[in-house]
Write a protein that binds this ligand. Structure first.
Ligand code: C2E
Ligand code: MG
Ligand code: MG
Ligand code: MG
Length: 281
């Protein structure tokens, strides 16, 4: 059909491609510079036990502390980092930083139950042949207790080569850490993913939580996810809880853990230390 519209179409298409390639190169360069200048920071968002409100863990979420733009959200750079392959370097930095922070919090809270630190893993990281060795080395170097480390993986991050992905996830688990399936229910074969991969926890996507008070249908889906997860021996974490009615509803459905703005927004480690009762100094 493009042909019928004449030769000009091809030129426009070429310009668009050139522009995209240029923009991609620009983004790649600025991400590279940001890594070099140590401009990334981790914020942490608490995950709380639904029944008691006690903090059981935190999710590490990366931000780009840009010299001019301020804190830039991962929505604006994770895709580029994946496309350019820089996610491997960025992901290794995130892991190292999260493990150091976790070990520091554990050391600062003797006698307290440990806090699980969850780290997001992207498809590109899982596909990288060095991932398992990198994770093992990072655990060793930082002295973090691997039992307090959890990787969050979306279903789409493991759809490319199922057998390879399954093998990688099993090798990661053999290091003593746990795995959660992120944004559960948004993919095409979420149930198959639960069966195929060795997950320990299910993170119920925010889109289901959002409708839980207003839509019986959404509530039924969440109820089904919780009971299915429990039947398979998996913990459940509800994402994106913004008000108390959602908490009450999810508690009624037997959901184990909650994460969302209602409890706490992602925050710098100093703010978390206060929530965790870690005395400064
Ligand atoms: P995610 O892993 O599903 O993380 C949850 C996102 O939901 C976070 O957005 C969090 O700030 C946001 N959120 C939490 N509670 C609420 C709530 O009550 N309401 C609303 N509207 N949002 C809430 P954030 O930090 O912007 O991260 C977005 C995505 O970027 C993450 O989604 C994850 O896929 C990706 N990401 C973040 N950090 C990393 C990282 O270190 N590595 C990789 N590979 N991806 C990351
Ligand atoms: Mg996540
Ligand atoms: Mg999520
Ligand atoms: Mg998400």
């Amino acid at each position: 059909r493009a042909k019928e519209r004449g030769g000009g179409v091809y030129e426009v298409f070429d310009d668009g491609m050139r522009e995209r390639a240029l923009r991609r190169l620009e983004t790649e360069n600025s991400l590279r510079r940001a890594l070099l200048h140590d401009e990334f920071v981790l914020h942490y968002q608490p995950q709380v036990r639904m029944v008691t409100g006690a903090i059981t863990g935190v999710e590490a979420l990366v931000r780009w502390n840009h010299p001019e733009r301020g804190l830039v959200s991962p929505a604006e750079f994770i895709t580029s980092a994946e496309e350019t392959g820089l996610i491997t370097t960025l992901g290794a930095w995130v892991l190292e930083e999260a493990c150091r922070q976790s070990a520091a919090w554990s050391a600062a809270r003797p006698g307290h139950p440990p806090i699980t630190v969850s780290v997001n893993l992207s498809a590109r990281q899982i596909a990288h042949p060095d991932l398992v060795a990198t994770v093992a080395a990072t655990i060793e170097r930082t002295g973090v207790d691997p039992a307090t480390l959890c990787f969050e993986v979306t279903e789409t991050a493991v759809t490319d080569d199922h057998d390879r992905a399954a093998s990688v996830l099993h090798q990661l688990k053999a290091l003593g850490l746990t795995l959660a399936i992120d944004d559960f229910g948004t993919g095409y074969s979420s149930l198959r993913a639960l069966q195929r991969f060795p997950f320990d926890a299910v993170k119920i996507d925010r889109s289901f939580v959002r409708g839980i008070e207003t839509s019986e249908q959404e509530a039924a889906i969440v109820a089904a996810i919780v009971s299915l997860s429990h039947a398979l021996g998996l913990r459940t974490v509800a994402e994106g809880i913004e008000d108390v009615r959602q908490v009450q509803r999810l508690r009624g459905l037997g959901c184990d853990t909650a994460q969302g703005y209602f409890f706490a927004r992602p925050a710098a480690p100093e703010a978390l230390a206060e929530l965790l009762g870690v005395t400064p100094g």
